[in-house]
Design a binder for this molecule. Structure first.
Ligand SMILES: [Zn+2]
Length: 299
C-alpha cells in the first residue's frame, strides 16, 4: 500500500481547522443581543460613574464594564456559532464602539437631569458636548481641585480603548473545535497529566494514527517537574468529533513561586472515540505534573 502522498493529506486533514462559517442568524444574534446587553450595561455603568467620585473605584468600575461587555460579546458569538474568529473580532469591534457611544449617551442623559431628549443627539453634537465637558472642570480630585481637560481626555481615551479592546479581543476567544455535522461546539475534557516522552516521535505516531505509545505512557508514573498533558474536545451528540491536544509542560520553582510553561505540540488532532475516552478517564485531578520534592537551594 502506497502511503506517501495519501498519508500527507490525511495528516493535514486530521487537524481541526475552523470552517470559518459566518451564519446570518448568528451575526444577527451577536449584533442584536450585544446591542441590548450593552444598552443595559452602559446605563448601569454611567450611573455608577456619575455617582462614584473615588478615583480608584472609578477605574475599577470602568474595567468591570470593559470585562462585562467583552464577556457578553464572547458568549453571544459562541451562542450564535460564529466560527470565523476574524469576523467575530469585527463584530466585537463594532459592539465595543457602540459600548463607548452608549455609555456617553447615558452619561449625558444623567448629567442633563434625565432629559431623554439628550439620548437622541447626533454623535457630532455629543462629541462637542464631551469636549465642552472636559473644559468645564466637572471632576474634582481628592484635594478639591478640578481635573484638567488634558488629564480627562487621557482618562476618557484609555477608558474607551479598554472597552473597545476587551470587546474585540474577547469575541475572538472561542477557540474550541466546532462539530459541523451536529451544529454545536465540542466540550473540553479535564486536563490529564502524563510523564515526559520524546515529543517529536510521539507526535509522528499520533499523526499516523498509532496510539500504543500514548497508552504505554499512561501506565508509567508521573515525574515531578516535567511531563506532558493531554486534553480532548468531544461533541456531545456524535462519536466522530474528538480532537486531541497534547502539551509539553515543565514546572520551574523560583522561591515560593511555581512557573508552569506549557507548549502544545499537537493541537486539535482528530482521534477515534476510544482515545478520547481514554484521555477522559485519566487522572483528572492533576492539572500539571506536581512538584513532590521541595527545591534544593542553590548556593
Ligand atoms: Zn457532533
Amino acid at each position: 500500500m502506497n502511503r506517501g502522498a495519501a498519508q500527507m493529506t490525511d495528516e493535514a486533514d486530521r487537524y481541526y481547522s475552523g470552517s470559518g462559517a459566518v451564519p446570518l442568524r448568528g451575526t444577527i444574534i451577536v449584533l442584536l443581543g450585544g446591542a441590548l446587553a450593552i444598552a443595559g450595561l452602559s446605563l448601569l455603568y454611567s450611573i455608577a460613574e456619575f455617582y462614584v467620585s473615588h478615583q480608584k473605584l472609578k477605574v475599577l468600575i470602568a474595567l468591570c464594564y470593559a470585562m462585562l461587555v467583552g464577556g457578553a460579546v464572547k458568549l453571544l458569538s459562541r451562542f450564535g456559532a460564529v466560527r470565523s474568529r476574524l469576523f467575530s473580532g469585527l463584530l466585537g469591534l463594532a459592539l465595543g464602539l457602540f459600548a463607548v457611544y452608549s455609555a456617553w449617551m447615558w452619561f449625558l442623559v444623567i448629567l442633563s437631569g434625565w432629559n431623554m431628549q439628550v439620548a437622541g443627539l447626533s454623535p457630532t453634537v455629543m462629541w462637542e458636548a464631551i469636549q465642552a465637558l472636559a473644559g468645564a472642570g466637572i471632576w474634582r480630585n481628592r484635594n478639591g481641585i478640578a481635573v484638567g481637560a488634558t488629564e480627562l481626555a487621557v482618562w476618557w481615551s484609555l477608558e474607551a480603548l479598554a472597552v473597545i479592546a476587551a470587546a474585540t479581543y474577547m469575541a475572538t476567544t472561542n477557540r474550541e473545535p466546532y462539530c459541523e455535522a451536529c451544529g454545536r461546539w465540542t466540550e473540553a475534557s479535564p486536563i490529564a497529566a502524563l510523564p515526559p516522552a520524546p515529543i517529536e516521535a510521539l507526535k509522528a505516531e499520533l499523526e499516523d494514527e498509532r496510539y500504543e505509545s500514548l497508552y504505554r505512557l499512561g501506565r508509567q508514573p508521573l515525574t515531578p517537574g516535567a511531563g506532558l498533558t493531554a486534553q480532548v474536545w468531544t461533541c456531545r451528540d456524535c462519536k466522530e468529533s474528538n480532537f486531541l491536544t497534547m502539551s509539553d509542560v515543565s514546572v520551574k520553582v523560583k522561591g515560593s513561586e511555581e512557573k508552569v510553561t506549557s507548549t502544545a505540540f499537537v493541537q486539535h488532532l482528530l482521534v477515534p472515540e476510544e482515545v478520547a475516552r481514554w484521555v477522559r478517564e485519566r487522572d483528572q485531578h492533576a492539572v500539571a505534573p506536581a512538584v513532590d520534592d521541595p527545591p534544593i537551594a542553590q548556593g
